[in-house]
Design a protein around this ligand. Structure first.
Ligand SMILES: [Zn+2]
Length: 395
């Protein structure tokens, strides 16, 4: 993770020491190391737990859904695959080409059964319609529709940690402790193979000690930037892979999707080994990033939830926790936080301020808690689709 500073760990330590007064200070001297160790090792878990608390707050007045109050009948024919996912998520490669027709039929059936989806894409922005794009030919990935740009495979090979970290997603400040995130993390160990998410040409391969590709030099350490073969609406698309330990490609080299390009590491400003991954649009610039979760092809039978949390006056709500609870089957708890600051960019089509990727298809209640009030909306998550939901916060 890209630490602006490391206050969150210190906070965790202080949290673990709270409550010790003078009479027992001598005991503190004896066990402080043990407490520190406990606090450190449980730091991540505490963050997860605090997010989970949001959905289990004591009963409070619930505001009725504000966008689409009526829930369509469930697509009962499609729930056989809706069991809670196993601990390991399915891999990208699990999409079997021989099953494409069946899966496409599934999607069509769902879309027929759900006659009025509760979510809809926002109106296109003015800037989007300025230049008509006559020849838009995205890479062929199964199931995706023209309105999506699921062009990217996972940059980590099958069998590894191929899903994104949900604690520090794109746009998150991790509760105000970190710089707003311009990419996503894949939590892999040092020396994990990093593969190209799409075919393209290497435009950067090396250190960022002279040219800053992040907010400063020496921020991303060893990095690779690949310009994709296919531009998006006339603009070049870049993928950035950061904090690498070893780089196996050179500038100017063409790479194929899933080609080995590097090994993961913790170079630059990183608190530990992981892969930091970005999507940049238009220019290879820190200010030109977009949410990779809207570009990574979903797992089989999984979809993406993009949304916007706004106040009644239309202003954006930053750093809010959005939780998803499955209402038609058991599921693990899902949560994500809304974007913070103005250095990250919403997608031109969706104008979202949060994205949760890899959501199993099915009905969900989407909740945002503000103080003791909870605001809810229900959506059906279609597989291989970006499913949009808007939550309006009434003060
Ligand atoms: Zn990162």
């Amino acid at each position: 993770m890209d630490y602006q500073h490391t206050q969150n760990h210190e906070d965790c330590n202080q949290w673990g020491l709270m409550g010790f007064g003078k009479p027992v200070r001598s005991f503190v001297g004896l066990i402080v190391g043990f407490v520190l160790l406990l606090a450190l090792t449980s730091c991540q878990q505490e963050i997860v737990a605090s997010a989970a608390v949001v959905s289990t707050v004591a009963p409070t007045p619930t505001t009725a859904p504000t966008v689409s109050p009526t829930l369509p009948p469930p697509p009962t024919t499609l729930l056989m695959d809706s069991d809670a996912p196993s601990a390991q998520m399915p891999s990208f490669a699990a999409v079997d080409p021989t099953q494409l027709e069946a899966a496409q039929a599934e999607i069509t059936a769902v879309e027929t059964a759900v006659s009025e989806p509760t979510s809809s894409a926002p109106e296109s922005t003015a800037t989007e319609t300025v230049t008509p794009i006559p020849t838009f030919t995205p890479p062929a990935l199964p199931f995706t529709s023209d309105e999506e740009h699921y062009w990217l495979k996972r940059p980590i090979p099958e069998g590894g940690t191929v899903w994104t970290n949900k604690i520090y997603p794109y746009g998150s400040s991790k509760g105000g402790t970190l710089r707003p995130h311009h990419g996503v993390e894949f939590d892999v160990n040092k020396g994990t193979q990093v593969i190209a998410a799409a075919s393209g040409t290497v435009v950067v391969a090396g250190k960022d000690d002279v040219i800053a590709y992040g907010p400063t030099t020496n921020f991303y350490g060893n990095l690779v930037v690949i310009e994709l073969d296919t531009p998006f609406e006339g603009q070049p698309v870049y993928n950035l892979y950061a904090h690498l330990s070893d780089i196996y490609v050179a500038e100017g080299q063409h790479v194929e999707a899933e080609q080995l390009i590097a090994l993961s590491g913790a170079s630059g400003v990183a608190d530990g080994p992981h892969l930091h991954f970005e999507v940049r649009l238009g220019q290879n610039n820190y200010d030109a990033t977009y949410n990779p979760s809207l570009w990574l092809y979903p797992f089989p039978d999984y979809g993406t939830v993009a949304g916007r949390v706004v106040r009644g006056n239309g202003s954006i709500v930053e750093d809010a926790t959005v939780s998803l609870d499955r209402v038609d089957a058991a599921s693990r708890f899902l949560a994500i936080s809304t974007y913070t600051g103005d250095s990250v960019n919403p997608d031109a089509q969706w104008n979202e301020n949060f994205v949760l990727d890899d959501v199993p298809m099915g009905y969900y209640e989407v909740t945002v808690a503000v103080g003791k009030k909870k605001f809810k909306q229900e959506i059906y998550v279609f597989p291989y689709r970006t499913n949009f939901v808007e939550i309006v916060i009434e003060d």
